[in-house]
Write a protein that binds this ligand. Structure first.
Ligand code: ZN
Ligand code: ZN
Length: 341
C-alpha cells in the first residue's frame, strides 16, 4: 500500500504533499502488463494525480483526471485520482517501448511525445472543469508544474520518480509537490532552490531514506512540520494510497447497451456470451446470454425521465445531444467509458 503525507515548511509558506507509491505503481504494472517505460510514465502520472488531488480538490467526492495526449508510442496516458488516495489509470499502448536515454535512464519524454495535457476536475454536483495546456517535455513532473502555473496560477516545484529493476519490477516510486504561497520570503525560496539542486534523484532517496528521510533532506533548514490529517477528517495522519477502480459487474454489463440488440444477439450466437474488460484496471467480466438479454434497450434521465439513449429501428443508436439534460442534470451514459478506450 502507498501513502501520502502533508506538511508545511518555510514559516508556513510552503505547502508540501509527498507520496510513496511503489506498491501502487507495481500493481498498475501487473494489471496492465506494462513495459518499463510505460510503467515509469503511468507511475509518474498516477503519483502526480494523487499529489494534485491533495492540492486542488476540496471534498472527498471530487475527482481529477489527467490525460497526457502525446504523439509518442505510448499513444496516451490517462489517470484519475481522488483526495482519499484512490487512483487508477492506463496507457493506450502498454507494451510500447523506446530506447534508453544517453544517461541510461528511461526516456519517458520520448515515449509520451508532444501534444497536450488535459485536466478534468469533477465536482460533487457533476460539473466538470476542463483545462488544457501544451506538454512541455512529456517528462510529466515539468508538465504538471506548468499546468499548475498556467491554469491555477500556483507556483510550484514537483518531483516525480519511478525506478524499475530486473524484468521491470518497480523498486521505488513516489513524488513530492511544493506549492509556494504568496508570503514566502526570498530567503525561504533561495533555500528551497539550493536544497532542490543538491537533492539528486528522488527514487534514490526513497530507497535509502524512505519518504520521511527524503522530506527531511529536501526541507533541511526550512522547518518542516507535518500537517495533522486527522484534524482534516482523515482516519490516520497519513492517507493510504491504493490502485482503486470504480468498475463493477453491473457497470460492465451496462457498457453493452452501446451495442444494438442485433449486435448483442450476434455475440451470444458467436461467443456464447460476452466479455467486457475494464480498460482502467484490466478486470474482465463475463456475461451469460441471459444476462445480456436482460439489458434494457434504453437509458433515461433518472430525474426527469427524458430519453438519453436508445437503439433506433435502423440499427443505429440515438444519443441525446449535448451533455446536459433538459432538467439540468449532467448526462452520464454507461457506454461512454468504453468509447474512451
Ligand atoms: Zn476497472
Ligand atoms: Zn433530466
Amino acid at each position: 500500500m502507498g501513502r501520502i503525507l502533508r506538511a508545511l515548511a518555510g514559516e508556513g509558506n510552503l505547502r508540501v504533499v509527498a507520496a510513496d507509491t511503489g506498491d501502487v505503481v507495481e500493481e498498475a504494472r501487473l494489471r496492465h502488463g506494462l513495459s518499463p517505460t510505460a510503467t515509469a510514465a503511468l507511475g509518474r502520472a498516477m503519483t502526480g494525480a494523487l499529489l494534485l488531488a491533495q492540492l486542488l480538490l476540496k471534498t472527498p467526492k471530487e475527482r481529477l483526471t489527467l490525460r497526457l495526449e502525446g504523439d509518442g508510442p505510448l499513444g496516451g496516458v490517462v489517470v484519475e485520482a481522488d483526495p482519499m488516495g484512490g487512483v487508477r489509470g492506463y496507457v493506450k499502448n502498454p507494451k510500447a517501448e523506446v530506447p534508453l536515454r544517453e544517461d541510461g535512464k528511461l526516456n519517458v519524454g520520448a515515449a509520451v511525445g508532444q501534444g497536450f495535457l488535459r485536466v478534468d476536475r469533477a465536482l460533487p454536483n457533476g460539473e466538470i472543469y476542463t483545462s488544457t495546456v501544451p506538454l512541455v517535455s512529456g517528462e510529466i513532473a515539468e508538465d504538471l508544474a506548468h499546468y499548475l502555473w498556467q491554469s491555477e496560477q500556483i507556483p510550484s516545484a514537483l518531483l516525480l520518480g519511478v525506478r524499475v529493476k530486473g524484468e521491470g519490477e518497480v523498486e521505488a516510486a513516489g513524488g513530492i509537490a511544493v506549492q509556494v504561497l504568496p508570503g514566502a520570503s526570498e530567503e525561504v525560496l533561495g533555500r528551497l532552490e539550493a536544497n532542490l539542486k543538491d537533492f539528486g534523484p528522488l527514487t534514490e532517496r526513497l530507497r535509502k531514506e524512505g519518504l520521511e528521510g527524503a522530506l527531511a533532506a529536501l526541507f533541511q533548514g526550512l522547518g518542516l512540520e507535518r500537517t495533522d490529517l486527522r484534524a482534516l477528517g482523515y482516519a490516520e495522519n497519513e492517507i493510504p494510497a491504493r490502485f482503486r477502480c470504480r468498475c463493477n459487474r453491473e457497470k460492465a454489463l451496462e457498457a453493452l447497451v452501446f451495442f444494438t440488440p442485433e449486435e448483442r444477439e450476434d455475440m451470444i450466437v458467436k461467443d456464447g456470451g460476452a466479455e467486457v474488460v475494464c480498460h482502467w484496471c484490466g478486470a474482465a467480466y463475463r456475461f451469460s446470454p441471459e444476462e445480456i438479454r436482460s439489458l434494457v434497450a434504453e437509458v433515461r434521465c433518472p430525474d426527469c425521465g427524458a430519453l438519453w439513449l436508445y437503439p433506433k429501428a435502423d440499427g443505429t443508436l440515438f444519443r441525446i445531444e449535448g451533455d446536459t439534460c433538459r432538467c439540468g442534470r449532467r448526462v452520464e451514459l454507461p457506454g461512454e467509458r468504453r468509447a474512451e478506450a
